[in-house]
Design a protein around this ligand. Structure first.
Ligand SMILES: *Cc1c(COP(=O)(O)O)cnc(C)c1O
Length: 360
């Protein structure tokens, strides 16, 4: 067996101790004689898995009692529709467009009401977070929407926007559980789990209870109504049961490491290794303004397409894979999520140094 260092943006690296437990429990989960994939989602064994997963997530994030935790399918992209369908009472929402994912959410919301772009960083290829201290928030906005960590561009809101009292909705797909958050500052905080938590095929939605209601927009499908899932404890229909089980294991792994404070320290340490190197490199250059840099996704360029292709190819030959950047930024991107060990970042930087010496 030979594992690589996988810098994919998602689906992405999972913690090895979790993968080992999954393998060990594959044939017989906890004396049931079957794998979790083969188990009824109505069984007592599975009910315990989902209950424990929810409780561990509540513990990790300090989720207040007046918030529901929903394990849903359809990925983060389905939330781009589900949020306006459920929240657009006045049919108005404000969007801060800091990348492709925020833009997609903004465009989808236009189907259901008036979506206003109140700030954007598109003028400079989304390489920064706009000033959000005095935004033209619409007086009748049902919510203000952000994508908190921009997976493609490598920017992160270090401070939440001043929404002038309006509810804040945040897509945290690529920074979920990377550091502590104050859930009470959000109306909805959600993310696809395949970036920083578990396997593909599920989104976790943490939603304040008063936003779970029956008077959603006319024509909203039952499956796209938060109330359907909240009332049924995420078991209205068959959930992505295996994904819930894997995420639960990751939550326990995070708790074992000391929770989100500890995770934040580790992530800062890892990111500093890469950013410090980039800041003094004569060959590689980061693409994001310093103060808005993500701890999770680190895009960088050489500025010469052939040289970049050579780097990506040679890195892969050294077991450092999935470093090609997103097509809209070019160059490279290293996603260094929670499960990426420090040794992986050190190996990447060592390889970059060698490549720089050989190619400058
Ligand atoms: C990947 C990603 C998405 C889309 O996730 P899907 O689960 O594929 O729909 C949305 N938002 C952000 C920030 C992402 O990184």
């Amino acid at each position: 067996m030979s594992r690589v260092y996988n810098f994919s943006a998602g689906p992405a690296v999972l913690p090895e101790p979790v993968l080992e437990e999954l393998a060990a429990e594959m044939m017989d989960y906890n004396g049931t004689g079957m794998s979790v994939m083969e188990m009824s989602h109505r069984s007592a064994a599975f009910q315990k898995i989902i209950d424990d997963a929810e409780q561990d997530l509540r513990d990790l994030m300090n989720i207040p009692d007046n918030y529901k935790v929903l394990f849903l399918q359809g990925g983060a992209s389905q939330q781009f529709a589900m949020i306006p369908l459920n929240l657009m009472k006045n049919k108005v929402a404000d969007f801060i467009v800091t990348g492709q994912w925020a833009k997609k959410a903004y465009q989808e919301a236009q189907k259901y009401g008036k979506a206003n772009k109140i700030a954007s960083s598109e003028d400079k290829t989304f390489s920064y977070i706009p000033d959000c201290s005095d935004l033209p928030v619409s007086p009748d906005a049902d919510y203000v929407y952000i994508c908190e960590n921009n997976t493609i561009y490598g920017t992160k809101f270090k401070q939440l926007p001043d929404t002038k009292g309006k509810d804040l909705v945040a897509d945290v797909s690529s920074c979920f559980l990377s550091e502590p958050v104050d859930v009470s500052k959000y109306a909805i905080i959600y993310g696809g789990v395949q970036k920083n938590i578990g396997p593909a095929g599920m989104v976790i939605v943490i939603i304040r209870e008063d936003l779970i209601r029956e008077d959603v927009l006319p024509g909203t499908p039952t499956m796209l109504t938060y109330k359907t899932h909240a009332d049924a404890g995420s078991l209205y229909n068959t959930p992505n049961s295996y994904c819930i089980y894997v995420c639960g294991k990751v939550f326990k792994w995070l708790k074992g490491l000391g929770g989100l404070e500890a995770m934040k320290r580790m992530n800062e340490e890892k990111a500093a290794i890469l950013y410090d190197y980039l800041d003094q490199s004569r060959l590689f250059k980061g693409t994001v303004v310093k103060e808005d840099r993500s701890l999770m996704n680190v895009p960088f360029v050489i500025g010469d397409k052939d040289m970049e292709a050579k780097f990506v190819k040679e890195a892969a030959e050294h077991g450092l894979v999935n470093l090609k950047g997103h097509r809209t930024v070019g160059g490279m991107r290293a996603s260094i999520y929670n499960a990426m060990p420090k040794a992986g970042v050190e190996a990447l930087v060592a390889f970059m140094k060698k490549f720089e010496e050989e190619n400058i």
